[in-house]
Design a protein around this ligand. Sequence first.
Ligand SMILES: Cc1cc2nc3c(=O)[nH]c(=O)nc-3n(C[C@H](O)[C@H](O)[C@H](O)COP(=O)(O)O)c2cc1C
Length: 304
Amino acid sequence: MGINMNTKVKIAGVEFKNPVMTASGTFGSGMEYAEFVDLNRLGAVVTKGVANVPWEGNPVPRVAEVYGGMLNAIGLQNPGVDVLIERDIPFLQQYDTKIIVNVCGKTVEDYLEVVEKLGDTAADMLEINVSCPNVKEGAIAFGQKADCLYDITSEIKKKAKQPVIMKLSPNVTDITEMAKAAEAAGADALSMINTITGMKIDIHKRKFVLANQTGGLSGPAIKPVAVRMVYQASRAVKIPVIGMGGIACAEDAIEFLMAGASAIAVGAMNFVNPCVTMEIAEGIEDYMRKYEIESIGDLKMDLP
Ligand SMILES: Cc1cc2nc3c(=O)[nH]c(=O)nc-3n(C[C@H](O)[C@H](O)[C@H](O)COP(=O)(O)O)c2cc1C
């Protein structure tokens, strides 16, 4: 006799079979991973950030290994929204998983163009990246000033046909201020954290390792910062929070769910173990069985 376990979660009216998602930019649109991962086992695939037109990204080198993670300064290279609509969304529609399209831009108009084009597609939700530290113009500015975040969120909400997730930057003084601004402007959910700005110097060449000088730190090194921010933000707002940052195993994912996340996403660790998302989905089920926890919501701790 087992318990009556249910791993489903609902975010802004969209039902996910489990709380495990891929973090944008670390899983493409799933094509390269479909050989290793049964995409039907995932709550959602979150696609790489897409803009209104193709972007080349930053010059190389644009990734570097560091203790406990990696630095990246890809600069949101992407083929543009038209390619995503013609090629990637139909690919993902073959699977029984939800599709979350991550959107980037340099100006508010760029974002709005993408959001409008996605309106009539099978995308289930939109995740708006206002937190990329590697793009010079726009982008992160929207995510670092509460009034800019409020404005872009309300503009997007006017045009979006799907529920909107605002992806917040950890490179701020007070994450609750940003979370509240996005909520007040009508965001349906939040996701956090994006990468933390870092730097690496090659002491023998006496040069920056990344051509961009700085890059975004991701991987296990950032997990405690992410857990703290998810905890703070999920208590500051009523809308659901999708947690990410350094998740490497089911135990890490459960920690985020306890801290207040309604779902979680896995990023850099996909590069270490392409099967990690599936293993995490299974590990969460094992944990629920072991402790006789019936629903994902019951994992949330009653923390002060
Ligand atoms: C190579 C790489 C590319 C990324 N590209 C995007 C992106 O296009 N859009 C976005 O919102 N976040 C992007 N991110 C951030 C991740 O989605 C995630 O928020 C962050 O890496 C923290 O999670 P992790 O520690 O599990 O990787 C990228 C991260 C990496 C490592």
